[in-house]
Design a protein around this ligand. Sequence first.
Ligand code: ADP
Ligand code: MG
Length: 671
Amino acid sequence: MKRPSSEITINIHTKKFNDGKSQDTSNSVQLLEQRKSLPVYKVRKRILEEINKHATLIVIGETGSGKTTQIPHFIHNAQLAGNMMIGITQPRRVAAVTIAQRVAQEMHCTVGGTVGYCVRFEDSTSPATKLKFMTDGMLLREAMLDEHLKSYNVIILDEAHERTVNTDILFGIVKKAQVYRAEHRSLAPLKVIVMSATMDVDHFSNYFNKAPILYLEGRQYTVDIYHALKPQDDYCFACLVTIFQIHKEAPASEDILVFLTGQEEIESMCSTIRAILKDPQCKGPPMKVCVLYATLNPNKQLEVFNATAAGTRKVILSTNIAETSVTISGVKHVVDSGMVKARFYKPSTGLNMLRVQSISQAQAWQRAGRAGRQSNGACYRVYTKLEFDGMMKNTVPEIQRCGLSGVVLQLLAIGIDPVEFDLLDKPQLGSIIEAINLLQQLGAIDKNAETPILTDLGKKMAQFPLDPRFAKVILSASDFDCLEEVLSVVAVLSVDTIYVSGNSSKEAVTEARRKFMSPTGDIITYLNIYRCYSNTKNRKKWCFENYLNFWNLEYAHEVRTQLKDLCQSNNMRFSSSGSNHSKVIMAFLTGLFMNTAELQQNKQYITVATRQLTSIHPSSAMFGSLPPCVLYTEMVQTNKCYLRCVSQIDPGWLVQIIPNYAHLYTSSRNF
Ligand code: ADP
Ligand code: MG
């Protein structure tokens, strides 16, 4: 990344910075004062009346009006949920955790008492918990055990505008549960509240049988918006310049939140900023740079919420995970790259892929809103007003752009027919059928039944909070005597990366990694790293010396423990294949057989199932060697299409492991 120059024309100089200190909310009197100043507080009686009157209510209010933190609290105080719980879903884990902490603080209790949270791989609730903040994914898992959600009398589906697949499915599930509970007098009725910042309200209201809509007036603070005057070639560079312009001019108490697209970009910018700060010519107060992205170790994620010492500015480099729900106190400036890394599904490849793309206008407003949580703020968009006008108004719901095999598996586990299910926006029938076919190939769905039903294997697969393909890999591992190894690799794959990118010399990094590298590829390389890591005493030091990400490895370790527990409860046989690495790769092939590619004469690879031309990513241990047939876990598309996490396979294994599929391979036709 280039050093900032003064030539950039982002229109931020017109702004005068006030010396506004953000409010300290640590003390309970101030906390109450602050709560009372929120727009929802003034209308709490009205809100409670409406909730009381209607089975379903839609609440629309601008970001920062107090919906998430206050409404559950009001309902609890008014005892509207009786003896049961109030469940509040959030699309993101970090939001569920931090909001629970905030609400617990406001209610003068500790997390895990009246207020608790439940997120993947972590449950802080106790029998005393009445307000349960949870990810939408966790409530969906609970629905697998009880589709009528009887532990809750009130369910709040928050941040509905995000339209995650899980929230969309929950709309259907709560609607169904509500009808069922209304028809069965022995069960308490279920209240449903849908909360959102912006959305196509009529569409929602119609879906919920014309449910009433409550609009909350007013937002708390104003946010000034500044656009770039000219289109920028390099949004990272433009963000960097903007950060340092703010840094030079604004008081140290004003923190900066920057929206970027992904871990690598964030880590790289973090190193660049730190390097610039060392330059004696760099003006401004001391600065602390923090990073925030979904695959960061959860404890590390929470660090960005800590206040910095007085006189030090905090700069948070985040993906869109800080876009909604969370409040990072002290943030007065938002720098918006205008870009996001979004999941999308490409039917031609049959895979979920990640792509960096422009955000929607709705997302841009959400991002700007992060600057006005505790006082007036400013948002600097490194794109022009014209570019903003050209953005899509709303984000396409995830359910219409993602592969659905995980969703279909979960619906079937709840006992819902995925084709008939009443969804707000239906995905194309073709995507559902494709997902059913994949699950059939994985052995999760009975091939002979008229309507799709889960096999025993499918039921077990649904218990794992993983992509069905990886659940299948784990469940087949015992057959290959390598459950220990497979658990380690799947755990490592569930974090974004275990490598550290930064300013270190390329040679030093390559040298350090060479000792782990397996000629068979990345799966065994990851296994080697995980094994060394878990046998090391001083893990932090060891990771530092080997250019490995300590926090992500620690998280992988926790994930492994959880997965191991699930295997134990399924009475799976734990065994190790020792140095027989082929068995581990074979186990992966049982779930990922569609992720295979064959070498072409032009040294490129062609994917077997979808005939797409692609290459091995330079970060792979396989880069440079050209085995005839490979297995990969992920395909990414930047300017070119790449395979990531690549391992060599013997085409003969295909015939052995997936006889019905092997005919697709040119190399296996000789067998
Ligand atoms: P909404 O859901 O309507 O966007 P929230 O209930 O999340 O609003 O937050 C309302 C306000 O409460 C925020 O604008 C902020 O001032 C304050 N707040 C919420 N969470 C925190 C927190 N963790 N630390 C400090 N202030 C917070
Ligand atoms: Mg909210």
